[in-house]
Design a protein around this ligand. Structure first.
Ligand code: ADP
Ligand code: ASP
Ligand code: MG
Length: 401
């Protein structure tokens, strides 16, 4: 029986025809070795960004259904070009939109969840020995409207197809695999040969955009090991797998950062006045995404509340909270969230104190700190983030230094 392999290539990896032709050569070698290939391709380069910009030039809030109609076209261009390349080289291939590939999603436009995939068509084409090329990032609702899966969603298309086809899943990108730190932030970051689903999900959630969070979640649910490699060399650097299969459980496996964070502090809120609920309700209605929240103990019947949020428009915030002008509102912009993640943290004490000592040694203070079972996050000024990333990486063996 022919072995099925799902290969996914991201936007930078297919940004021009030369790169696409290189990918085609590798795929043809695999095909000639007797494998059945399903390719999942993203839109070329920054196409999706440009499409979103076109819609936003018309209105701040484009209609969500129409936006999906628009941004799904990026992948339609890349899959068809890829198939033209295969055919020009004498290999039989077929390009499919998410709709044609049988990918059914919820009707949440711009962030559809894959509900099912009818793989009968893909299976038929594979039996006919065609190389199947599926547009990532998209599907259709039960009613037949086109949806997209959220930015970075081609990863999810690939993992979902691998789960359904019970095949190997290989995701190729513009770096060698998953590094302990984004190699753009730390040149000497250590390449991780393995990482657990949970750690990868936490890193993605905390800012490491190398893998879309939901794709890793899907890998965990359906027990699909996800192989990550370099799209130019074709070499796999990292396997995302079950925690039980890890060779080693590190206290800290990786570090993620998120920039453009703002910290908002509201002081002099009357304790038990119900204002906390009312303030956060207004923020929710204004679609302000709240991240970390902290509150001081009541003193003289008053409390202070701080929260962090990304890409905040402080004038909008002030107008949303105009009814609460009796409270003092402080907004600090240009902050970075630095998070360390590690499965070994769950049963090891002293990690926070070791981190605090690094801050102390270099004389930097954080504005907010929060923890989960396998992560600790700090908010710091943007300008302090570089030295902190370097020092934390040295202390926890995240770099090759
Ligand atoms: P693709 O277009 O292939 O989906 P992405 O841009 O979504 O690629 O993801 C690859 C990028 O993710 C890399 O160029 C890298 O800068 C960034 N990145 C962030 N964190 C990490 C990390 N921990 N390991 C590897 N890459 C990371
Ligand atoms: N093209 C989409 C995006 O840029 C999907 C993806 O690349 O995974 O978000
Ligand atoms: Mg991506």
């Amino acid at each position: 029986m022919r072995k099925i392999i799902v290969h996914k290539y991201g936007g930078t990896s297919v940004e021009n025809i030369k790169k696409m032709k290189n990918i085609a050569k590798r795929v043809i070698n695999l095909y000639n070795e007797g494998n059945s290939i399903v390719l999942v391709i993203s839109a070329m380069g920054k196409t999706t960004d440009h499409l979103v910009e076109m819609a936003r030039a018309i209105t701040e809030n484009p209609d969500r259904r129409e936006l999906d109609m628009l941004i799904s076209t990026g992948e339609q261009v890349s899959v068809s070009l890829m198939s033209i390349i295969f055919k020009s080289l004498g290999y039989d291939s077929i390009s499919l939109t998410g709709y044609q590939a049988g990918i059914v999603t919820s009707s949440d436009y711009n962030k559809g969840k894959i509900e099912d995939i009818d793989i009968s068509k893909i299976e038929k084409y594979l039996q006919e020995k065609k190389i199947v090329i599926v547009a990532g990032f998209q599907g259709r609702t039960e009613e037949g409207d086109i949806t997209t899966l959220g930015r970075g969603g081609s990863d999810t298309t690939a993992v979902a197809l691998a789960a359904k086809l019970q095949s190997k899943c290989e995701i190729y990108t513009d770096v060698d695999g998953i590094y302990a730190v984004d190699p753009r932030k730390l040149g000497k970051a250590r390449l991780l040969s393995e990482i657990s689903y949970d750690e990868m999900m936490e890193l993605s959630n905390l800012g490491a955009k190398v893998m879309e969070m939901r794709s890793v979640e899907m890998g965990k649910t359906f027990q699909v090991p996800i192989h990550i490699g370099n799209s130019v060399t074709g070499k796999i650097g990292t396997i995302i797998k079950d925690v039980d299969q890890l060779m080693e459980k590190k206290v800290i496996t990786g570090l993620a950062t998120e920039s453009n964070v703002s910290m908002v502090t509201i002081t002099d809120i009357l304790y038990c006045s119900g204002d906390i609920y009312k303030i956060f309700n207004l923020l929710a209605e204004g679609e302000i995404n709240i991240d970390m929240i902290s509150q001081t103990a009541p003193i003289d019947g008053k409390i202070n509340v701080s929260f962090s949020t990304t890409s905040l428009d402080s004038n909008r915030l002030k107008s949303l909270l105009k009814d609460y002008s009796a409270h003092k509102l402080y907004v600090e912009e240009n902050m970075t969230k630095i998070s360390v993640v590690g499965i070994g943290m769950a049963d090891q004490s002293g990690v926070a104190s070791k981190l605090f000592s690094i801050f102390e040694d270099i004389g930097i203070y954080f504005k907010q700190v929060t923890t989960s079972e396998i992560s600790i996050s700090f908010i710091v000024n943007n300008e302090d983030s570089h030295i902190l990333i370097e020092e934390i990486s040295k202390a926890f063996d995240l770099s090759d230094d």
